[in-house]
Design a protein around this ligand. Structure first.
Ligand code: C2E
Ligand code: CA
Ligand code: CA
Length: 595
């Protein structure tokens, strides 16, 4: 018989010999009646002394249960076991031997079993890889928002750093996003609303990332998200383009995240059943990944500095990382440690700057301003350390100390100077102090300790603080209830406007120096000052012009109907004794002029 004309039986035998699958025919007891070459090859590593007589004996080390399985009543059309995976013992794995065998065992009739064997190494490995990929993915997804999580982001940044090392054309940036005053949403609207806002923010970020090739949106922390973007995919080709693209994107994020979130009905007593909008905003810190970044956390640290800058400027905006920010952060770190010591080592002192009544040129008050005599750096201005004190919580102790000093100082002037004493003392309050529930008691105790009339104390707060939520408004109301007055500091620099002045619980508006300094040269600023004075007066508030440096400015402000004036023109902030001398000298001059 020539090739190609074999009978069906011969073809089957040929198949048995050449098939890439192991086939073994045995008795019910496992004694091998037929075995094809592939089966022999697969089983050989298990065969003791190369003996392949009984299948169950050979497989006993890896499948001792087989003999028992064959004795069970047939329920499955003869199938005894289907694709049983047998892990080969390490000793049997040498050379090309499979790591895993797949075994199928079939009862053909009352006397015959047929086993099919195959190398399942690849299939099992594939399955293991699939499972580990799933575990990998599960540990890199944030449960609440289903965005990639912190770990996933850090890995992606490390990947970007690696790419960057080989391919200088690949340029990346990270935009770190943090919800502004998120704790307030949790406290006032409940944690469910907080979660809904975070999910909403995540959705918006995801949508923005989806529109950019190579971008990844991730949840980095509780109320913190991040966007990793491929700058060379955004179209720019030079560094300036990159920065502009980053800033445009940051602005887009701030805008998208500032749209109120609908979180469903949250007020149980609400009768209209309307869905509630929760106002939230976010700040963004931008950093372009560069040569100075050794690892992902270094990138995130720099993004954090940029973010902090955005928050420092009031939030709902973006900040861009610069080397200067890093230098400042280092400096701040060492200043922070020094500041803790400064409080104990009496390196702080208070200076006083007069506030003069424009109508009659009398001393209406003094503003207390803190100073720090640093053992190495000399006098450190408050702009350099008040921020640190706020961030570290030191402001509470520091602020109370300034308050005590100031109250004592005015009481001492009242005792020593009688009618020549300033009528009031102004003390600056920072945000962290107002948020502290103990502030009302602290102020009351300071007044009592110095036996000062509450009406002689004025507390100054910035407009961004005074315009804040109900808690702050309530706290300011409680302070006013003590009998003191509140002044709105730096008016004109924040984002509140004349139109919302009536909403703020203040008695005095302090017009910022930037307006005053341009009042003589700019008609625009003159008009603004005039408007502030008019609106304030209509609301029963008085006005103070800050930073008056020249006689010309003072004269102009008087004609603009401003009530009081403060600045270098009258005096710089002076240490207590010099301020006392200034008060005496001024009284003498007034008397001589009157005589
Ligand atoms: P501020 O409350 O607006 O204080 C006025 C600042 O303007 C003071 O700066 C003062 O020295 C300065 N100044 C006054 N007149 C003139 C002028 O004619 N020309 C110019 N160029 N500047 C003038 P200072 O003392 O450096 O204080 C800076 C800021 O630090 C204060 O701004 C205030 O916000 C904060 N600060 C100062 N002391 C305290 C404090 O005890 N507690 C808190 N929370 N903040 C304080
Ligand atoms: Ca002030
Ligand atoms: Ca001011």
């Amino acid at each position: 018989m020539s090739e190609g004309t074999s009978t069906a039986y011969e073809a089957l035998v040929q198949f048995l010999y050449r098939a890439p699958i192991g086939l073994v025919q045995t008795s019910l007891a496992g004694d091998i009646a037929m075995i094809n070459p592939m089966a022999a090859q697969l089983l050989m590593p298990l065969a003791v002394d190369g003996a392949l007589f009984n299948l169950f004996d050979v497989l006993a080390p890896v499948a001792p249960q087989l003999r028992d399985l064959t004795r069970r009543p047939d329920e499955d059309g003869g199938m005894i076991c289907d694709a049983l995976h047998l892990a080969m013992p390490p000793a049997a794995r040498g050379g090309a031997a499979p790591r895993t065998l797949a075994l199928q065992l079939l009862r053909l009739d009352d006397a015959t079993l047929m086993a099919a064997l195959s190398d399942a190494t690849a299939a099992v490995q594939h399955e293991q890889q699939r499972l580990s990929a799933r575990v990998h993915a599960a540990t890199r997804i944030d449960g609440l928002t289903t965005l990639p999580n912190r770990l996933a982001l850090l890995e992606a940044i490390d990947g970007a750093l690696e790419r960057r090392a080989h391919d200088p054309g690949a340029r990346w940036a990270v935009l770190l996003v943090n919800a502004d005053r998120f704790e307030r949403i949790n406290v006032t609207r409940g944690p469910a609303a907080g979660d809904a806002v975070l999910q909403g923010m995540a959705g918006r970020l995801r949508a923005i990332a989806a529109g950019m090739a190579g971008a990844l949106a991730a949840r980095f922390g509780s109320d913190e998200f991040a966007l990793l973007v491929r700058l060379d995919e955004l179209g720019g080709s030079v560094a300036d383009d990159d920065l502009a693209a980053c800033e445009a994107l940051a602005r887009r994020l701030v805008e998208a995240l500032g749209v109120p979130h609908v979180v469903g009905r949250v007020a149980p007593d609400g009768d209209d059943g309307a869905e509630a909008g929760v106002h939230a905003s976010a700040s963004v810190g931008v950093v372009r990944i560069g040569a100075s970044h050794g690892h992902a956390m270094a990138v995130m640290q720099d993004a954090g500095l940029a973010l902090r800058e955005a928050k420092r400027l009031g939030g709902a905006r973006h900040g861009v990382f610069t080397a200067e920010l890093r230098a400042r952060a280092r400096q701040r770190g060492s200043l922070e440690a020094d500041l803790r010591r400064a409080l104990d080592d009496s390196q702080l002192f208070v200076v006083y700057q007069p506030i003069v009544s424009l109508a009659d040129d009398t001393v209406a008050g003094m503003e207390a301003l803190v100073r720090w005599r640093h053992p190495q750096l000399g006098i450190v201005p408050p702009d350099r350390f008040i921020g640190i004190a706020e961030e570290t919580g030191l402001i509470v102790v520091l602020g109370e100390w300034v308050l005590r000093q100031a109250c004592d100082r005015l009481a001492a002037w009242q005792r020593g100077l009688g009618p020549l004493a300033p009528r009031s003392m102004s003390v600056n309050l920072s945000r962290a102090q107002v948020l502290e529930p103990s502030i009302v008691g602290t102020v009351a105790r300071a007044l009592a300790a110095s036996r000062l009339d509450a009406g002689a104390l004025q507390l100054e707060v910035t407009e961004s603080l005074a315009a804040q939520d109900a808690i702050v408004q309530q706290r300011l109301g409680d302070l006013k209830a003590l009998g003191l007055t509140l002044a709105l500091d730096d008016f004109g620099t924040g984002y509140s406007s004349l139109a919302s002045l009536h909403l703020l619980p203040v008695d005095v508006v302090k017009i910022d120096r930037s307006f005053v300094s341009q009042s003589v040269t700019s008609a625009h600023h003159r008009v603004l000052i005039e408007a502030v004075v008019k609106v304030a007066r209509s609301l029963g508030m008085t006005t103070v012009a800050e930073g008056v440096e020249t006689a010309e400015q003072a004269g102009l402000l008087a004609t603009l109907d401003c009530d009081k004036s403060q600045g270098y023109f009258y005096a710089r902030p002076l240490p207590a004794e010099e301020a006392t001398a200034w008060l005496r000298a001024r009284a003498d001059r007034t008397m001589r002029r009157a005589a």
